[in-house]
Design a binder for this molecule. Structure first.
Ligand code: GUN
Ligand code: ZN
Length: 447
């Protein structure tokens, strides 16, 4: 297999920037060498150029910055076409827009069309791995995995489990949800780069029998992911307390059914107490912070200080369509502001870590994605500091890496993504996207 190589500014991580001042590894004149879908080496050009195989073409991008592909830890693909739908809070938004929209995904043609657009939109934003909610229909999960597999992306996704407190047309049962999930795990989990997530939507839309069945599936499949929502909105929290009166807290319901563990990821985590946070830390359960969604739906402010004090693992997410942007850069923008409102200074360096290596570590995927370490899967993004006239003016005046990353986080969006690579193959090129085929290749490369 031939090598490919990229000479650019390079950023990768070997730890949490909040814990170590050496966690960010930056090369002003860097070289990334890729072979067979994996990273061979990444670091200073002067140190690595001798490792280039004879005849390897080096792509010159010295005015660009290469970072690991972004990881979005919570997003709903069926909500793509209803993004930016106005509602006075979470529960009316679910009833008015979300449930009627999700009905359409029984139709495999609707699911496939949306899944293909969705995956290309993620790539246009530099997101190479996402944890994705499908709908209750197993066809919706097949469509998403098919779109992901065609582009050879590492995707984690699952069919929603939901057997009460939703319209009849979106209901499964404890038994059918169990069987459909087991079938999808058999078909997709660890097939190429695809991985399955058990996906009970949230406690209010599952009976105790369904949560029990989900716990059984979790025990039967210890390496699948689990994803759900918790403690997002005050009305939701009150509703949950009335539906499950015997529990110490909302999080305790999931704990009771064996749904807290490594590779379990809960969206929002706003109205937790410290006992909940410690329980998440103890079990390795991840809090997925969704700032654009929390601001848009008026849900509340995630507390970074309390997360840090208790050791609860945290990652970032868009939560489209409650979230208002597919871009992890825009997500960082709003994460920074949410943190500011709680008195916490969230650096851009740490936000880039949270969206790459930090997410991969939290998700137990650090041996696969999230860095440019040798043997990692070669998922990376080429960022363009000159993407817009304003970004060009600002980045030409930045003096530190933190200032450069801060400019990308606060001013950047899909326009700042010059190219996106998955497993060493280019899967998005900004300038080609404006004209048609978003990969910039003549034909889409199949897995
Ligand atoms: N809680 C239950 N379902 C959803 C959803 O689709 N979006 C958000 N933001 N919260 C939820
Ligand atoms: Zn969500």
């Amino acid at each position: 297999m031939t090598q490919s190589a990229f000479r650019a500014q390079l950023l990768t991580f070997n730890g949490d920037p909040a814990q170590s001042s050496h966690a960010a590894a930056f090369s002003e004149d860097g070289l990334l060498i890729v072979e067979d879908g994996h990273v061979v080496a990444a670091g200073a050009y002067a140190a690595l150029s001798s490792q280039l195989a004879p005849g390897t073409h080096v792509e010159e991008m010295r005015d660009k910055l290469i970072v690991p592909g972004f990881i979005d830890t919570h997003i709903h693909y069926p909500q793509t076409d209803m993004i930016a739908s106005p509602a006075p809070g979470l529960l009316p938004w679910l009833d008015t827009y979300t449930f009627p929209t999700e009905r359409g995904f029984k139709d495999p043609a609707v699911a496939a069309d949306t899944a293909n657009f969705f995956v290309d939109e993620l790539l246009a934003c530099g997101t190479t791995t996402a944890l994705v909610y499908c709908t209750v229909h197993k066809e919706s999960a097949d469509a998403l995995f098919t779109a992901s597999e065609a582009r050879n992306l590492r995707t984690v996704a699952g069919k929603v489990l939901m057997d009460r407190n939703c319209p009849e047309f979106l209901r499964d049962t404890a038994q059918s949800g169990y069987e459909d999930s087991a079938e999808l795990i058999g078909r997709w989990h660890n097939r190429g780069r695809q991985m399955y997530a058990l996906t009970p939507r949230f406690a209010p839309t599952s009976t105790e029998a369904q949560l029990e069945a989900c716990g059984v599936l979790a025990r039967e499949h210890p390496d699948v992911f689990i994803q759900s929502h918790v403690a997002e909105n005050t009305d939701e929290v009150k509703w949950v307390a009335s539906l499950f009166p015997g529990h110490r807290s909302y999080l305790d319901i999931y704990d009771h059914y064996g749904l807290l563990r490594r590779r379990a990821v809960y969206g929002h985590c706003i109205y937790l107490d410290d006992e909940d946070r410690r329980r998440m830390a103890e079990t390795g359960t991840v809090a997925s912070h969704c700032p654009t969604s929390n601001l848009f739906l008026g849900s509340g402010l995630f507390d970074f200080d309390k997360a840090g004090e208790t050791g609860m693992p945290v990652a970032l997410a868009t939560d489209v369509g409650g979230g208002t942007s597919f871009s992890m850069l825009q997500t960082m923008n709003e994460a920074h502001k949410v943190a500011r409102l709680t008195g916490h200074h969230l650096t851009a360096t740490r936000m880039f870590w949270l969206a790459t290596a930090g997410a991969a570590e939290a998700l137990d995927l650090a041996d696969k994605v999230g860095t440019l370490a040798p043997k990692s899967e070669a998922d990376f993004v080429v960022l363009d500091p000159q993407a817009t006239p304003l970004l060009a003016r600002r980045t030409s005046r930045t003096n530190t890496l933190e200032e450069l990353l801060f400019a990308f986080a606060l001013l950047g969006d899909d326009r700042a993504i010059f190219e996106t690579y998955a497993a060493g193959q280019r899967v998005h090129r900004r300038d080609a996207a404006r004209g048609g085929d978003r990969s910039g290749n003549e034909t889409r490369k199949a897995a």
